[in-house]
Design a protein around this ligand. Structure first.
Ligand code: SF4
Length: 409
């Protein structure tokens, strides 16, 4: 699962707001002078079905718009790529379902990335895949195009839980997709799993983890189900047609995940992410370390030195806003806002931060001492732990981290 970079409410201008603030476009955030970035994200906004828990922007029945989408992304890559100085270490093509693109169009998109973006020699290049859409042809296009990591949306191996999520794929398609990927030479992959699905049991989650481990992934993202606003799943919850899982059971699922994956040799490097040693997702580390990344495609979010934005989340408007993409949710963080972002994001990482880094950040901004106070309270409650290496969330604190992290903003 790709990360939706956290939206942090700072100074925000949204042209959709009724108070009539002016519209912005990418030319307002992309520097005229050469600039450096760590990564690029490309959002492919097409799915063959809309899963009921999902709030990522995507549309179905898109066949007639795939080519024009690829043409438009290519034009934007060619306009912005040459301004980037140096090289970037990660590219992530997410969605939506990138592997829903017809094979020749996917090949064109990958070629455009190679042609227009300056890429590190040891680039991490990830593409998200719905297992149902990965056949031999798509796997070969990915491998031939330079992709070296595939993130496969499994979510669950239990057909009844996939049905609750209105997720349309057959659990057996995961195995088949990985075989095609491996045959094509792609063996670095992430599996996305979701726990906490209404009606699920601890035994089902244990089975999901077992089956995922049997597939030998280098990386696992295990997220608790989120009820995002305005999704069909949340409406069902509000109507009482489904019930949220008990908090205790969700906690047991999370604790089981930590235990089993540690026993299996995975590093727990972020609240919801585990990897084989050395296989952390470089792209997502750019998010958590507040690095700089470019964003292409409708609804893709980017960040450059404290400025965050989101491309307009509607395909038609994105296509029409030529030559520069219209943007919404433009946020320019002041010094205090940037410190808050760093604290909140870096403490999500299990390594936490050194005392020196903490003092450096608090020295830049700690209005009224409230951040230091929140940290001290977190230490008292055992949510945080301090050692010679630095400050980090405790094992128990991960489950209680939400309110602490939001207090640090
Ligand atoms: S396939 Fe992924 S992006 Fe598409 S609707 Fe389902 S969860 Fe959302």
């Amino acid at each position: 699962m790709k990360l939706e970079p956290m939206s942090i409410q700072l100074q925000q201008f949204d042209a959709d707001e009724p108070n009539g603030v002016p519209s912005s476009d990418l030319s307002d955030v992309i520097p005229l002078q050469p600039f450096t970035v760590d990564a690029a994200y490309i959002h492919v906004p097409f799915c063959f079905h809309k899963c009921h828990y999902c709030d990522f922007y995507s549309i179905v029945d898109s066949d007639d718009r795939q080519a024009v989408f690829v043409d438009r992304v290519t034009a934007e890559l060619s306009r912005i790529g040459p301004r980037v100085q140096g090289t970037m270490g990660a590219v992530f093509i997410g969605g939506g379902t990138p592997t829903l693109l017809e094979a020749p169009l996917l090949a064109r998109l990958l070629a455009a990335v190679r042609e227009h973006l300056p890429l590190d020699e040891d680039l991490e290049w990830t593409v998200e895949a719905n297992p149902e859409t990965v056949d031999r042809g798509i796997a070969e296009v990915l491998a031939d195009g330079g992709v070296n990591r595939v993130s496969v949306g499994c979510q669950s191996f239990q057909p009844e839980l996939l049905a609750t999520l209105e997720r349309h794929h057959d659990p057996s398609s995961v195995d088949r997709a990985l075989k095609h990927l491996r045959d094509a030479g792609l063996d670095a992959f992430n599996l996305d799993l979701i726990h906490g699905v209404p009606g699920s049991t601890l035994e089902q989650w244990q089975d999901d983890l077992r089956r995922a481990l049997d597939l030998g992934p280098a990386h696992l993202s295990c997220y608790g189900l989120q009820y995002e606003p305005n999704t069909p799943l949340t409406r069902k919850l509000e109507l009482g047609r489904i019930k949220r899982l008990e908090e205790d059971l969700e906690a047991q699922m999370y604790e089981h995940t930590c235990r089993v994956l540690q026993q299996a040799g995975y590093d727990h490097y972020e609240i919801s992410n585990w990897c084989r040693p050395g296989a952390a997702c470089r792209h997502n580390l750019v998010y958590w370390r507040s690095g700089n990344w470019l964003a292409f495609g409708p609804s893709a979010s980017g960040h450059l030195d404290g400025t965050r934005w989101k491309n307009v989340p509607r395909l038609g408007e994105w296509l029409d806003s030529n030559p520069w993409t219209r943007i919404v949710d433009l946020e320019r963080a002041d010094a205090s806002g940037r410190v808050g972002e760093h604290l909140m994001l870096e403490l999500r990482l299990r390594e936490g931060m050194s005392h020196q880094r903490l003092e450096e950040l608090l020295g830049q901004s700690d209005p009224g001492g409230r951040r230091r106070e929140a940290i001290e309270l977190g230490l008292e409650k055992g949510i945080l732990e301090s050692s010679d290496e630095g400050l980090r969330l405790s094992d128990r604190g991960i489950l209680l981290s939400d309110s602490l992290l939001s207090e640090l903003i």
